[in-house]
Design a protein. Structure first.
Ligand SMILES: [Zn+2]
Length: 442
């Protein structure tokens, strides 16, 4: 139950969630979030339409099924909001980060300050391992100086969890909150918000600066309701910065239509190029596994890595591929050398930690480890990169696990494939394109 009026600044909250005494305040604005148009209903929270028949509640009531995981909005309940007043105290020292940017990061950082000052919509295409977060700090500092309200959102909870402590350390004297569905901290009004893109559905014209990190990842990339929520969470005059290592075709289209400005960071923080993808055709590998045989190219490759004591990740498309592959490998190799891991694996964290602690040489994994993880000095093998579970952005991210550290800025990325796909070709092309831009800067 909301009792403090500040908790409504720039938010849109169901009237049932608000203390009745507070609700009497004539400062609070209210609207009905659901409109009925013939056979459809339109939800103003997520901007999406639904079929009326599917969503009827008793007593001529309707709800929006699309944004329901953030609480149900119905035809009969109003959403309440209050204008964002930017009621913040300015700290004496804003930026408490003491690191240094590379020359290239510095150029990008200045660019970001301009984007924020000019209230632009901008795409920063920075390769995996470029050090994007640090480049934001000066821009955020400048925005705080101007009393702006700032949000850093990402579709992925793990990205939010990883960003939050880093932002906190960089802005020790500014109040910051982390919001996502898997955490219990109560909402409070803060100058900086770190949240999942889903949480943006609860904001209304709140932010002067909205940064969306890993904008190419699921579910944001394919969810028009979240795109709507992002626009709606921004003030009418605001800046929106998209960060990605692998922009979607839609974003590139906006750039080409001059609706979005763009800048590039084609070199990693250690000033090296991205490892490029090496494709090897190996025929129908899944058929072989079904016949309890391993593709000899895979055996040779793993054998080489074991002999060289070279750590690596072996990606497979599906959870169902893990066990047969692992069982067959056990016949040839010492089973202590690896673990298999997937998203619903109860021991997921433990197994990833074993890899971190170098207790095993490799992990056989699904796309859960495609991004957000860094294991120093690893190589990557993808078995079956042609499977449609791998998007272009997933393949680029997987390749981007290699060569992230200064002491081994290179490494091997091998895709063992049955056939080439458009997705694979696009991933190869994206990496080559960034390297072409990067070479000019070396
Ligand atoms: Zn909705």
């Amino acid at each position: 139950m909301i009792k403090n009026i500040a908790e409504l600044y720039g938010r849109q909250i169901d009237e049932m969630m608000i203390d009745p005494n507070l609700l009497k305040s004539n400062l609070i604005k209210k609207y009905f979030p659901i409109e009925i148009n013939n056979n459809h209903i339109h939800c103003k929270r997520c901007g999406q339409d639904s079929n009326r028949i599917d969503i009827t509640l008793p007593n001529d009531n309707y709800y929006c099924p699309i944004c329901i995981n953030l609480g149900r909005v119905t035809f009969k309940n109003r959403l309440c909001y209050l204008d964002e007043p930017n009621d913040f105290k300015k700290p004496n020292k804003i930026l408490t980060w003491e690191g240094k940017l590379t020359k290239l990061q510095n150029t990008c950082s200045k660019n970001i300050i301009n984007v924020f000052n000019q209230n632009k919509k901008h795409l920063l295409w920075a390769v995996t391992g470029a050090g994007k977060t640090e480049m934001l700090f000066k821009g955020i500092e400048d925005a705080i100086k101007q009393n702006k309200r700032i949000c850093i959102a990402s579709p992925r909870v793990d990205v939010c969890n990883e960003l939050f402590p880093r932002i906190k350390v960089a802005f020790k004297n500014t109040d910051i909150i982390l919001l996502h569905g898997r955490q219990d901290e109560d909402y409070r009004y803060t100058q900086i918000t770190v949240c999942t893109t889903h949480q943006l559905l609860r904001f209304y014209h709140a932010f002067d600066v909205l940064i969306i990190d890993e904008v190419d990842s699921f579910p944001y990339v394919s969810d028009p309701g979240l795109h709507f929520a992002a626009q709606n969470a921004c003030k009418r005059i605001a800046s929106l910065l998209y960060l990605t290592a692998t922009p979607s075709d839609d974003l590139i289209k906006l750039v080409n239509q001059n609706k979005l400005s763009i800048s590039y960071l084609p070199l990693r923080f250690h000033q090296h190029l991205l490892p490029e993808i090496n494709n090897k055709l190996i025929g129908n590998w899944r058929l072989k596994l079904n016949k309890e045989k391993l593709p000899f190219q895979l055996v040779a490759l793993i054998n080489k890595k074991i002999n060289n004591n070279q750590r690596f990740l072996l990606f497979v498309p599906r959870v169902k591929d893990l066990k047969p592959l692992s069982d067959l490998l056990k016949i040839k190799f010492n089973a202590q050398l690896w673990e298999t891991v997937h998203s619903t694996d109860d021991d997921r964290i433990k197994k990833v930690q074993k890899m971190r602690d170098e207790k095993i040489l490799f992990l056989i994994t699904t796309t859960i480890l495609e991004r957000g993880v860094t294991f120093p000095g690893i190589d990557v093998i993808v078995l079956g990169a042609e499977d449609d579970i791998f998007s272009t952005s997933a393949l680029v991210q997987i390749a981007g696990r290699v060569g992230r550290k200064n002491d081994r800025p290179f490494g091997e990325v091998i895709f063992l494939i049955n056939h080439y796909t458009r997705t694979i070709k696009k991933a190869v092309k994206q990496i080559k394109y960034m390297n072409k831009l990067g070479r000019k800067l070396l």
